[in-house]
Ligand binder design. Structure first.
Ligand code: URA
Length: 236
C-alpha cells in the first residue's frame, strides 16, 4: 500500500477477505455489454492459432494488419515468464515502450511494478505483461476498435500458449478487447469475469491512477481481490 502511495492506513477486513467469489462475481448485464462491431478476420485468427511463441514473436514483429504499424519503431509483444500464472494486459505501448521494446517501462510501468510488489509479485517472475495492441498508437491516443480487433488474435494466441490462472485487464481498452463487450471500469471491477474459461479481473490502468489518486484505494481493493482469486485458483 505504501508502494501505491496510500500510506499505512488501509486494513483488509476479515469479512471482505472471506467473501466468497460467487458474491462478487456477476457477468455484465446485457444492457451494459453490447457486442463490439469489430471482429478479427477468421483467416488471421486461424493462422495465429497454430503458432508457437517464436513464430508469434516473428509475426508480430513484421505485422501490417492495421495502420499502427506505420509509425511504430518496433512492435512490443510482451515481457515476462511465458508460463506465468499471472497475465496483466495493458492498452498499448507508449513512447518509451516503443523505443525499448518492453511494455510498461515508463511512469505507468513504475506504478504497475509497485502494484505487483504490493501483492508479492515481480515483473518476470510468474508474471507476464502484454498489451491489447502491440504497436504504439500515435500521440499515445487510445487504440481504435479496428486496431484492437486486428491485434486481438495475437493476444488470444499468447493466452492460449500461456494458459495463465488469472488475467488482469488494466483499463478499458484491455477489458473490452478481452471481454468483447463495451466495458465501464466502475461497473466491471470487483467482479470475476471469464475469458474462455480463465478468470479475468478488471481494474484501473496505472496511468489513470497516476492522474486520479483517490481511485488508488479502489485499485488496492482490486489487488486484494486478485490475490484471493489466485489463491482459490491454486486451491488455497
Ligand atoms: N500503457 C500501457 O497500456 N501499456 C504500456 O506498455 C505502457 C503504458
Amino acid at each position: 500500500m505504501r508502494e501505491m502511495g496510500l500510506g499505512p492506513v488501509w486494513k483488509l477486513r476479515a469479512a471482505s477477505a472471506a467473501q466468497p467469489l460467487e458474491e462478487v462475481a456477476a457477468p455484465l448485464p446485457p444492457a451494459e455489454a453490447p457486442a463490439l462491431e469489430t471482429v478479427p478476420a477468421a483467416g488471421v485468427a486461424t493462422v495465429h492459432g497454430a503458432m508457437n511463441w517464436d513464430e508469434l514473436a516473428a509475426a508480430v514483429a513484421v505485422c501490417r494488419q492495421c495502420p499502427l504499424c506505420a509509425a511504430r519503431r518496433q512492435a512490443v509483444l510482451g515481457v515476462g515468464d511465458v508460463s506465468a500464472d499471472w497475465l496483466f494486459v495493458g492498452e498499448g505501448p507508449g513512447a518509451e515502450e516503443d523505443q525499448r521494446g518492453e511494455p510498461f517501462v515508463g511512469q505507468a510501468g513504475k506504478l504497475l511494478d509497485n502494484m505487483l510488489a504490493a501483492i508479492g509479485l515481480r515483473r518476470g517472475e510468474d508474471v507476464y505483461i502484454a498489451n491489447a495492441v502491440k504497436c504504439r498508437p500515435p500521440e499515445n491516443r487510445t487504440p481504435a476498435a479496428e486496431e484492437t480487433a486486428a491485434c486481438r488474435p495475437y493476444l488470444q494466441r499468447q493466452i492460449e500458449l500461456m494458459q495463465p490462472k488469472l488475467i488482469v485487464a488494466l483499463g478499458r481498452p484491455a477489458a473490452q478487447t478481452l471481454l468483447g463487450t463495451e466495458v465501464k471500469i466502475a461497473a466491471a471491477r470487483g467482479k470475476l469475469h471469464d475469458y474462455r474459461g480463465i478468470p479475468l479481473i478488471v481494474t484501473y490502468h496505472p496511468a489513470y491512477l497516476l492522474r486520479t489518486l483517490p481511485d488508488k484505494a479502489r485499485a488496492w481493493e482490486d489487488l486484494c481481490f486478485m490475490k484471493r482469486t489466485m489463491a482459490m485458483q491454486k486451491g488455497g
